[in-house]
Design a protein around this ligand. Sequence first.
Ligand code: PLP
Length: 374
Amino acid sequence: MSRFIYADNAATTQLDKDAFEAMLPWLRDEYGNASQPYTFARKPKKVLADARELIAQCIGAHPEEIYFTSGGTESDNWAIKGTALARSHEGALITSAFEHHAVMHSAEAIEMLLYPVAYMWPDKNGVIQPETLENYISDETQMVSVMMANNELGTIQPVKALCQIAHVHGALFHTDAVQAVGHIAVNVEDLGVDMLSASAHKFNGPRGVGFLYIRKGTRINPYVNGGSQEHGLRAGTENTAGIIGMAVALKKNCDVMEATTEYVLGLTKRFINALDASGLQYVQNGVEPLLPGLLSLSFAGADGEAILHRMDLMGIAISTGSACDRVNTKISHVLQAIRLDESLAKGTIRISLGKDSTNEDVDALVSALKKIIK
Ligand code: PLP
């Protein structure tokens, strides 16, 4: 088999070496529980505070507004369910029809408890236009939740404008920024959001750890009940090593973000030029601004899943849609939401290049597609 090519960075990323090294002492030797009052717990307590501070700096927040969680899924569940539970009056949630399932299924769960939810449709380019929110919102709306960047299309949403509309109507604004944090500039002050979800493994941190940013003063109930960790709002002994790995990875990605973006955009350009030259007919879904390196491509009449498996046999990892949806051969809810023609939707693949992708990877990807589709 030829060398392994990883082109599924939107599903997960490789753990950064420095993040890995930084985690090691906390996995074995420094096993103190940060909640304990004795000396052995001082170091973990301090290192958790430092990690909180570092993460806060990376997104323009205050350290006490960062709450550690087990990842993007938990952060999304908490934002949606915790806000619905904290309602002081009959509220309603407005979200979009192409959110990640962590938001979609949380919204469905509160709907089952008779909490009203409305799902906005993106336009055909994969963008929730501010006018759409204007048409949906009312003074009953308690929260609006729209993702920052769509995980299948890469389209970046006008979060700042959407957030302003929510605030005019007295509603909170949450954004699932799992695909965005560590890849594009994210500043919660500038965006104005009240809550923001992030996940370490999407930015070269470890899997199973993330955070929820909650603006000071936001009313939200705990989602994980138990001890008094995370200011009494998210119980459970902290994943010290994971949190440290997350902070180191995020800081590193943010420090070199401009250079990485330029590099990945160069790879993307090379890929598109080679694909155009190959004579293959395709459509690229979504419009700029897009996440660097994420390409949603549709080949009319082809079978996306078959392409994925043929690529797999060649030692290449890509995706047909959301990674969490891999077993599902149905057209994804995202492609349905942008009303993509069925023949194109069935032939859709997602390629997501990252900082470790190379020119050789790009050339091999295009030549594999040529072989498979022709
Ligand atoms: N939200 C988005 C947009 C995602 O892409 C993902 C993962 O694919 C998640 C949430 C879930 O994050 P995690 O894997 O950390 O639970």
